[in-house]
Ligand binder design. Structure first.
Ligand SMILES: Cc1cc2nc3c(=O)[nH]c(=O)nc-3n(C[C@H](O)[C@H](O)[C@H](O)COP(=O)(O)OP(=O)(O)OC[C@H]3O[C@@H](n4cnc5c(N)ncnc54)[C@H](O)[C@@H]3O)c2cc1C
Length: 463
């Protein structure tokens, strides 16, 4: 059996930072990263060539070297309050140190020096404007790499990881975590091959979240109830949100809806960006990115409603995906697009109605339709109320021409029961980090959780 000191499952930011940190602190350790997707330069989404999402079984947008981070918008959210709950596990002081450390590495790899969210006077004005409309604005510092800039940073990162002597296996999916007497002993691939290791770090991201839950159940690792984020991607002319995006890049707005008292939020804002698709096990959903070298006339962002189910319902991933699947069914496996004006009037958008929109869609493969056939009343009502509230601070958001794409889901996974060092309480030597373990929801905290794990493993390897 092939033997390693450390095996990392998943080459997203969390797994890569864990591998790097082990090697940095313990250069003679043998570290293998196993990734079911492709290496960096082989990753290529066929959407642009074919004109529609092919719902590939392994989606190049979310899988491969760099994980979901590779074609992400590359926004580095330098805060503990957005993009994960790492602070609640490792403590506030450590999380800030980790965020600074991750930022420093990204800068060394070529991330831009410009920071948004530092003009306090302008931020205070925007905050009070938002408050008057019943919206809470959470400001934070952001470094924006862009999906193209982020790719270049990853190329440098890849080179430096290979120079450190980290090994990679691409196109290899881990099927099982191997355990002996409550100690991890390695992994088994779907090909049947077994690899041995005293330490295993799993960082499978959102795409591997249900695999991890399945493994956790099999291994009797406790899981805390998950949440679900469901909503739509909104596209408006750049001018509509400019006052906020030029100061903050990403105006994080929170709203408690009037009818249901649900927490509704603005997420992943992409000024002058594009709406994109991603697929989870063949189910097509939407997301958004912005590039540094190609600017559109639009800004897109998600409106998401967070729901935490109570007993006995636990499978939040299945809930979100069943709604996404319904949207796929009625739109021929493509996302739905609808004008806000059509949604308000209770009618579907058609190609001819859409052609009258002054906002040109940046995802032309989306099929004009009716989101009210797909989204439960509660979500639809929350989204409508949020758009109206936002319209008070950003006039034009609730215009008839605003485009809504659906559905957008954020697969918060159930949280694994972890110790402060992010080792599972049930299995010695088995660590879990990043989005897939329910620790993070963004690049920075995913990477920070990986670095934290890597340090702990290096310490134990030193004996
Ligand atoms: C379009 C898009 C835009 C985004 N924009 C931003 C942004 O601007 N800012 C931000 O902070 N976040 C953004 N995100 C989210 C961010 O990319 C994720 O939060 C981050 O990548 C999570 O890191 P991770 O390492 O936990 O998991 P991931 O990056 O998801 O990586 C997990 C990896 O594990 C692999 N894997 C899963 N299961 C297995 C298995 N069983 N065997 C082998 N390999 C496996 C997957 O193929 C994947 O490559 C965006 C995401 C997308 C999709």
């Amino acid at each position: 059996m092939d033997k390693w000191d450390v095996i990392v499952v998943g080459a997203g930011p969390s797994g890569l930072f864990a591998a790097m940190e082990v090697k940095r602190l313990k250069p003679d350790a043998s570290v293998l990263v196993i990734e079911m997707g492709k290496d960096l330069e082989e990753r290529k989404c066929p959407l642009k060539d074919v004109g529609r999402c092919l719902a590939c079984p392994i989606c190049d947008i979310v899988s491969g070297f760099g994980g979901a981070g590779t074609f992400s918008d590359g926004k580095l959210n330098l805060t503990k309050d957005v993009g994960g709950d790492l602070a609640s596990i490792v403590g506030e002081d450590d999380v800030w140190n980790l965020i600074d450390y991750v930022d420093r590495i990204f800068l060394e790899m070529g991330a831009p020096r410009k920071l948004y969210g530092e003009d306090q006077e302008a931020i205070e004005k925007l905050k009070s404007k938002a408050l008057r409309a019943g919206l809470l604005l959470i400001p934070f510092r952001i470094r924006h790499m862009g999906s193209d800039g982020g790719y270049k940073v990853l190329m440098n990162f890849r080179k430096s990881l290979l120079n450190m002597g980290i090994s990679f296996r691409f196109g290899a999916a881990v099927d099982r975590i191997l355990v002996n007497n409550s100690h991890v002993r390695g992994v088994k691939l779907t090909s049947g091959e077994e690899l041995e290791s005293k330490y295993v770090m799993v960082a499978p991201g959102r795409v591997g979240a249900s695999w991890l839950v399945k493994e956790a159940r099999r291994l009797s690792i406790k899981i805390k109830g998950g949440k679900v984020d469901l909503g739509v991607r909104v596209e408006v002319p750049y001018e509509v949100m400019k006052e906020f995006t030029e100061v903050l890049y990403e105006p994080k707005l929170i709203y408690y809806s009037e009818t249901f008292d649900d927490r509704v939020r603005v997420f992943c804002v992409n000024p002058r960006g594009e709406v994109v698709t991603e697929s989870y096990w063949g189910i097509v959903t939407v997301n958004g990115v912005a590039r540094e070298d190609y600017k559109t006339d639009n800004t897109n962002f998600a409106i998401l409603v967070t729901t935490k189910f109570t007993e006995p319902y636990k499978d939040t991933i299945a809930f979100a995906l069943s709604i996404a699947k319904m949207a796929n069914n009625i739109a021929g496996n493509q996302p739905i697009i609808q004008r806000f004006g059509d949604l308000k009037r209770g009618r579907r958008s058609t190609p001819s109605r859409l052609s009258k929109s002054i906002v040109r869609p940046t995802l032309p493969s989306a099929i004009s339709g009716d989101l009210s056939f797909v989204l439960p009343y509660r979500y639809l009502k929350d989204i409508l109320e949020m758009l109206q509230a936002m319209n008070d601070v950003m006039p034009g958001i609730a215009s008839d021409h605003t485009l809504l794409y659906g559905v957008e889901v954020k697969l918060h996974t159930a949280k694994l029961d972890l110790k402060k060092n992010l080792e599972t309480k049930a299995i010695r030597g088995l660590y879990a980090g990043g989005d897939g373990a329910g620790v993070s929801r963004g690049l920075v905290q995913a990477a920070a959780s990986g670095a934290w794990i890597g340090r702990d493993i290096a310490k134990r390897l030193h004996g």
